[in-house]
Design a protein around this ligand. Structure first.
Ligand code: ACM
Ligand code: ZN
Length: 640
């Protein structure tokens, strides 16, 4: 063997040995856990070590505030206070660079970014600040959460407590849809300005860019309107109740309305600005002509019946109290003009949501004004009367330079010319509107309603219906045969009839909103359920660290009934996620890992058993909640 060959051989041996000791990254061993999953990630060998002497460099117009925000986040997150510099100095190593590169607009689009991590430096590059913001969110998600390798593949010996290792990689990323929304209903229950800001901050981390604020409903009016002060003096307050929504006792004579609240104009400005700093547009909704009892309680002349009603506390009232604006009287349109004009002045959003859902129209049929309006305008039914109102609201909004959005009921009596439709009763309204050439936001209740149960109702706080995490995730916003161009995007909606406080709002939001963020942002080929669950569990560490409430329902067993060929009812068990064992008992004892394990074969019910108790385990540790299911409930759980 000549000398050259010996050197070559030694080099190869050294390289192989080095390779064994350094972290090896490949597609099979994911080293990152970003939600929503980026469009393209190329993992490289090695890592960048973030430490006290890392500096942050802001390059380009308006980049400094963002770089400072990143430094603050980093400080909050890992307690490291990095210097932010702006000068275009020579940067050689240990630098995180934020750079605007307008030339990349063609490849990345207005919200896209590139993120490159090398051992020497990290570069976040985007054509606009919004992309830089998303790049920095992805970068934050690459950090180990407790510096104990919880989301990066580093062995313990590689961890220095003063150094945070970020895997080397190249990310190219941009959203699939431009409307990535979450809605919070602040009417049924009121949420403080502080919580609203915190909620916006959290949703912006997953690249949501729309925060839809449902500001008015039968149970409370939540925004100061100078032209109509009673909206907040009276309309923002209801009698306090707890228990089961829709079964609450109606307001009693002389009972004080002490539950509620509203946002002043200054509060709204503060919320809007806070959201803007996070590239979130706040879209206000004033829900008309139905769902208007709070406004009518404040100004009884707005309804056909003109009676005095109380703001509803969550008791049944439909058909008794009139929660619908009268369309026959011009005073209603004077009201709408002033309210929507003040709202338009407060919110920079190009869209304003006008509701239009679930309007109870019976009172119109016995109202002389409404009947006259229909006659004079050749309207043949009350759906068309609602459309008449929505069309006039569209004109009001247009004068203010705003576009109208409504729930899909606005299709029923004829769509106003430029309306955008939010399809909530499934996707049919969305399909119809898109085929008519209107823009659509998909929010079908069975994929996006965050107020529904997310696990077994036996152990979850009271609400109704069911939307499991898997059904949030397995959703494509674009139905077959619909032109994607018309689908602006999607939105998760958190109605708050059964959400009495902010901790529970978080519980209902997370992790389902994580799943939706990926549906709205990532290309379909980058969506994979098992990998999403892996990444979601990393976010759970983040939620724990930051004391954000979230549901672990996805770890629970799912209990259903199944009819055998002999017509006997058997119990079928499954889990939403793979890799869990389900242990069960029929004998009233609480199951543990020594109890029988479900092997995928439906279970005969032992004679005399009254309930099945189940609990999930992973690696012999309990991970789910115990569910005790009475067997007489099984026939309501037959799998279809
Ligand atoms: C709605 O859920 N009523 C839009
Ligand atoms: Zn009327």
């Amino acid at each position: 063997m000549n000398t050259n060959r010996v050197i070559l051989l030694i080099t190869i041996i050294v390289l192989v040995l080095l390779g064994c000791n350094s972290p090896l990254y490949n597609d099979e061993e994911p080293t990152y856990s970003i939600i929503p999953n980026p469009v393209s990630v190329k993992v490289q060998d090695g890592n960048f070590s973030l430490n006290n002497s890392t500096q942050i460099l802001a390059l380009g117009k308006d980049v400094l505030p963002l770089a400072k925000m990143f430094a603050d986040e980093l400080n909050n997150f890992i307690g490291i206070d990095l210097k932010v510099i702006e000068k275009n100095v020579r940067y050689s190593k240990n630098t995180i660079i934020f750079k605007i590169d307008t030339a990349s607009l063609g490849i990345l689009g207005p919200e896209g970014y590139k993120l490159q991590v090398t051992p020497k430096k990290i570069i976040v590059l985007a054509p606009k600040s919004q992309g830089l913001f998303y790049g920095f969110q992805s970068l934050l998600q690459l950090l180990p959460i407790n510096n104990n390798s919880s989301n990066c593949k580093f062995s313990n010996k590689e961890i220095d407590r003063n150094e945070w290792k970020i895997p080397c990689l190249d990310i190219l990323d941009y959203p699939r849809f431009e409307w990535r929304g979450l809605m919070l209903d602040v009417s049924r229950h009121f949420f403080s300005k502080e919580f609203v800001k915190q909620y916006i901050d959290e949703l912006s981390k997953y690249k949501f860019n729309i925060f839809h604020l449902h500001l008015s409903d039968d149970q409370g009016w939540r925004i100061q309107i100078n032209s109509f002060p009673r909206l907040t003096e009276i309309g923002a307050w209801r009698v306090p109740r707890m228990g089961k929504w829709w079964s609450f006792q109606p307001p009693q004579p002389n009972e004080k309305a002490t539950y509620g609240g509203f946002y002043t104009k200054d509060d709204i400005k503060e919320i809007v600005q806070y959201a803007q700093e996070r590239f979130v547009t706040v879209v206000p909704e004033i829900d008309v002509p139905g769902h208007s009892l709070a406004a009518i309680a404040a100004y009884p002349h707005l309804s056909c019946t003109k009676e005095d009603y109380k703001v509803n506390p969550g008791s049944r009232f439909y058909g008794v109290d009139n929660n619908t604006l009268c369309v026959g009287q011009e005073t209603t349109f004077e009201f709408l003009d002033k309210v929507f004009s003040e709202v338009a002045d407060l919110f920079p959003s190009e869209y304003i949501h006008v509701g239009g859902d679930e309007c109870f129209k019976d009172f119109w049929e016995t109202c002389n004004f409404c009947m006259k309006r229909m006659e004079e305008n050749g309207l043949s039914n009350t759906d068309e009367l609602q459309s008449y109102l929505i069309k006039r609201v569209e004109v009001i909004l247009k004068k203010k330079g705003k576009k109208l959005i409504g729930w899909d009921e606005i299709l029923e009596g004829g769509l106003s010319p430029e309306a955008t439709v939010m399809s909530w009763r499934g996707i049919d309204g969305g399909i119809k509107a898109a085929k008519m050439g209107h823009h659509v936001i998909m929010t079908p209740n069975y994929h996006t309603y965050l107020d529904l149960y997310q696990g077994d109702h036996i152990i979850e706080p009271e609400t109704y219906s069911l939307l499991r995490l898997e059904n949030c995730y397995n959703f494509d916003l674009v139905p077959p045969n619909v032109n994607e161009e018309y689908i602006l995007g999607g939105q998760g909606n958190l109605w708050t009839e059964s959400v009495p406080n902010s901790r529970h709002a978080e519980y209902m939001t997370w992790p389902r909103a994580l799943a939706l963020s990926e549906v709205f942002w990532s290309p379909n080929e980058k969506r994979e359920w098992n990998d999403f669950i892996r990444r979601m569990e990393v976010r759970f560490n983040y939620f724990d660290k930051n004391e954000i409430n979230y549901a672990r329902s996805v770890f629970d067993a799912i209990i259903s009934g199944i009819k055998g060929t002999d017509d006997s009812l058997k119990v079928k068990l499954r889990t939403e996620i793979s890799g869990l064992d389900i242990h069960y008992t029929f004998d009233e004892t609480n199951p543990d890992k020594f109890s029988p394990k479900y092997e995928g074969i439906p279970l005969y019910i032992p004679k005399g058993a009254s309930q099945i108790k189940v609990r999930t385990y992973r690696n012999n540790q309990p991970v789910g909640n115990q569910i005790n299911c009475p067997l007489n409930m099984l026939d309501q759980r037959i799998e279809k």
